[in-house]
Design a protein around this ligand. Structure first.
Ligand code: DX5
Ligand code: ZN
Length: 225
């Protein structure tokens, strides 16, 4: 289990070529990705619709790396068992969604998966305080969720990442801090400086001519390494 100071690169499959998903998963792993980030969108919690548990189950046999499912859903609790059965290794749900947050997090953990809590750019850090003693990951959204390719919202989100790191250290906790949206080699440096260690990136990695080099640079390695 990697610790919360290890840099983790989690490409978002939202930006992959879905017509060749098996090859894309293999390419992502071969390029050195640590996790595969799965952006599930229900068309209600966010404006867009992406994929569901069946897609996760289709990806599962082709991925040796952990599947990091991000449920951008209004009622994630209603679908939890299906994502667990589909083979997700970690499931993150939104604090803004319509569910019993504590109960959903407990169910994810009871199934043996890592549990994560996400908050949107407009949501204050204080909104997640009640659950910070029972998560494995905090996802600070760095765009308004729904679509890839948006601009990194530095002013609105980096103070929250810093507040999360401070809270974690003050309370002797050990969860990952993940950022998602507009993450590229430049913004990953900014997010890491504030305390994030898990970088979710779609456009910057699947749009790169050389994904392995792009991952290496996002990991903090030099291009020539
Ligand atoms: C929410 C999605 C996107 C995606 C990453 O809209 O979660 O943030 O993962 O998108 P990019 O990396 O293309 O900004
Ligand atoms: Zn995501």
């Amino acid at each position: 289990m990697s610790d919360c100071n290890t840099r983790i690169i989690a490409p978002s499959i939202l930006a992959a070529d879905w017509s060749r998903i098996r090859d894309e998963v293999t390419r992502t792993e071969n390029a050195g990705a640590d996790w595969l980030h799965l952006d599930v969108m229900d068309g209600h919690f966010v404006e867009n619709v992406s994929f569901g548990p069946q897609f996760v189950a289709a990806v599962r046999p082709h991925a040796a790396i952990p599947l990091d499912a991000h449920l951008m859903m209004t009622h994630p609790d209603r679908y939890l068992d299906r994502f667990i059965d589909a083979g997700a290794d970690r499931i993150t749900v939104h604090v803004e969604a319509d569910h019993d947050v504590g109960e959903t997090l407990a169910r994810i953990r009871a199934a043996g998966l890592g549990c994560g809590l996400a908050l949107n750019p407009a949501t204050p850090f204080e909104a997640v305080l009640p659950w910070l003693d029972r998560i494995d990951l905090l996802l600070v959204m760095t765009v308004v969720p729904g679509f890839g390719g948006q601009a990194f919202m530095e002013e609105e989100t980096m103070p929250k990442v810093a507040a999360a790191r401070a809270y974690r250290e003050d309370h002797d906790l050990a969860w990952h801090i993940e950022v998602d949206g507009g993450i590229d080699q430049r913004t990953a440096v900014i997010a890491a400086a504030h305390g994030a260690n898990v970088m979710v990136a779609g456009t910057a990695l699947y749009g790169a001519p050389d994904m392995a080099q792009a991952i290496l640079k996002m990991r903090g390695g030099s291009p020539g390494e």
